[in-house]
Design a protein. Structure first.
Lengths: 179, 411
């Protein structure tokens, strides 16, 4: 019998499409939440599933496909943020390179400014934040998904919010100074 | 306007919850289309085709050639039939043979149906022989089985699991998400785990086999240092049953581990569920409902509750393997109907690490030492609430004997 390494467990086109349809909203919402731009979210969506198509998945991924895709989306989105971090902190690019993703700007904060702040956080903190605010999971649900306790999630969210406050204060003051 | 940082919760709620739905749908369609194109390109790459696929291509080509030749021959025979009358085929009768006209051939020819002759029959037989996945020797189309110790996994020590997903269900379980159809997937799976899945054994089978005096080398049950990563796919995932996947896994183990097993039947310690003194206290039900077990901590005690609607046979089966018993339970009630099952047993919380220690029944037999508190609590609950009891007895069991197994080469 031929024993060949299998890297293409998701080989069936129909199967792959089913997988895509089941999870693409999770990936897109996550990417949009982090990057704040539809173009970036689409890039992330394509990259995540293209990797899956070309490289296949490990058995670990099968164990938790949703978790795997979610983490991949967060990490790729953060990579994009890192790449454009220095642009976002200035407002002269708004309307040129960076179209505001959110028309309503609650309390004068744009999605880009929030994204810039997110880029300073650890991936794990961003994962928790997006699960909480973009996907509306409760602390208990997030704890279950990430295999930790509810208390850890609550503390992490508290710290992340505090850090974001600080980061946004810096961002807005820079903008005010610039204007 | 309030300072933004004062309303961080609102800011996050509004901004992070603002995904444009229509744009997302459109992006999803676009990306899917691009992925389809990419997938098509990938499938055209020669590097993607394995040697087996090349052989498959050759086989398909050969099949088409055989079919064309058969069709040509059939046409020739049809022409001859029209000219010379019905063809004659040999009929074997004991040692002698004679030629008789084929009764249906004429009408078939008259209807314009293809006429069969020996050559086309032979061609069909050849096709049957070359059909994939004969039931006698099922094998995976592709399979990877690699050693995966705590060192090679690079610190990645997830829970061991081994799962196969067939068209009629899953074998074993352990993974949160079932593998795709027609595939077997495992991580950190010991040889014992692989054998369990391949032969449909559960812990009680191993326990019974072990108690019967069989022992195995330590490496066979050491998922951390001698675990294996398994990824295997059937040739036709959409039509492969879990039983066929098990046969394929058996073949894989025989190939890689040189595994040879045999079966014995014997008797092992167990329990039989019977009527208690005072008669049964059962209420009949019309429909079955899956049995469930729930635990509710109440102070220093734990309330274990079994509920559902089931036959006594299923109830006995459900009790089999419960931590408190650690032995098979056979039905000895002779009740044929479906009954309401509602048993709750209160027992003290066992000290950490001692839960599950099997205790023998009151009358002795199964287990070592005296009956555990858990067993006594269950026994009392069964007697008082259902009018049933568990008696220790010897029950028949199948025992698997590993005649030979080798560690596969590291590569």
């Amino acid at each position: 019998m031929q024993t060949t390494a299998v890297s293409d467990l998701i080989s069936g086109a129909r199967e792959f499409e089913e997988l895509f349809r089941e999870h693409y909203q999770l990936v897109y919402r996550t990417a949009y939440g982090v990057t704040g731009r539809a173009e970036d979210a689409e890039d992330v969506l394509q990259t995540v599933f293209l990797k899956l198509l070309r490289r296949g998945t490990s058995p670990d991924s099968y164990n938790n496909m949703r978790g795997y895709l979610y983490r991949a989306a967060v990490n790729l989105s953060l990579d994009i943020l890192q790449a454009r971090q220095h642009h976002v902190l200035t407002d002269k690019d708004d309307g040129e390179d960076f179209r505001p993703a959110v028309c309503a700007e609650p309390y004068g904060i744009t999605h880009q400014q929030l994204s810039a702040a997110l880029s300073h956080l650890r991936p794990r903190a961003v994962e928790i934040l997006i699960l909480r605010y973009t996907h509306d999971y409760s602390d208990a649900e997030i704890a279950k998904m990430l295999g930790t306790s509810r208390g850890v999630i609550a503390v992490s969210l508290y710290r992340t919010r505090a850090r974001l406050k600080k980061l946004l204060r810096t961002t807005t003051s820079k903008l005010e100074k610039h204007s | 306007m309030k300072r933004p940082e004062a309303n961080i919760d609102d800011v996050l709620g509004k901004i992070l919850h603002s995904t444009p739905e229509e744009e997302m749908e459109a992006a999803g369609s676009r990306v899917l289309q691009r992925l389809r194109e990419d997938n098509a390109n990938l499938q055209l790459l020669p590097a993607q085709s394995s040697g087996r696929q090349t052989w498959k291509l050759l086989a398909v080509t050969a099949t088409i050639v055989v079919l064309l030749v058969s069709a040509a021959l059939a046409t020739a025979v049809l022409v001859r039939t029209k000219k010379e009358g019905p063809p004659k085929v040999p009929v074997q009768q004991g040692a002698s043979s004679e030629t008789l006209p084929t009764p249906k051939t004429e009408s078939q020819a008259a209807r314009g149906e293809p006429v069969r002759d020996r050559k086309s029959d032979a061609a069909e037989a050849k096709l049957r022989q070359s059909a994939p996945a004969s039931s006698k020797n099922l094998q995976f189309e592709v399979a990877s089985l690699r050693p995966e110790s705590s060192q090679t996994a690079g610190g990645d020590e997830g829970e061991p699991f081994m799962d196969c997903q067939g068209t009629n269900g899953r074998v074993r379980g352990g993974a949160a998400l079932a593998p795709p159809l027609g595939r077997c997937v495992g991580r950190h799976a010991s040889l014992m785990t692989l054998i369990s899945v391949a032969y449909g054994l559960d812990e009680l089978d191993w326990l019974a086999t072990s108690k019967a005096g069989n022992s195995w080398p330590a490496w066979m049950n050491d998922p951390r240092e001698h675990g294996y990563q398994v990824e295997a796919r059937a040739e036709n995932p959409a039509t492969t049953t879990k039983e066929q996947l098990q046969q394929m896994l058996q073949a894989l183990l025989a190939d890689r581990f040189k595994l040879q097993v045999s079966w014995q039947t014997g008797e092992v310690n167990g329990y039989v569920l019977v009527r208690a003194n005072g008669g049964p206290k059962l209420k009949e039900a019309s429909v079955e409902e899956p049995l469930t077990f729930t635990r509710k901590p109440i102070g220093d005690t734990v309330l274990g509750i079994v509920t559902g609607r089931a036959s006594m046979k299923d109830f006995a089966q459900f009790l089999s393997g419960r931590v408190v018993l650690q032995a098979r339970v056979a039905d000895g009630t002779n009740f044929k109907g479906i009954y309401e099952i509602n048993v709750s047993a209160l027992r003290p919380t066992p000290p950490r690490g001692s839960d599950g220690a099997p205790g023998g029944p009151r009358s002795g037999g199964a287990g070592v030492g005296g009956p555990s508190d858990s067993f006594l609590a269950l026994q009392d609950a069964l007697q008082q609430q259902m009018g049933l009891q568990l008696n220790a007895t010897k029950i028949p069991a199948k025992l698997i004997v590993i005649d030979h197994a080798e560690m596969p080469p590291s590569n």
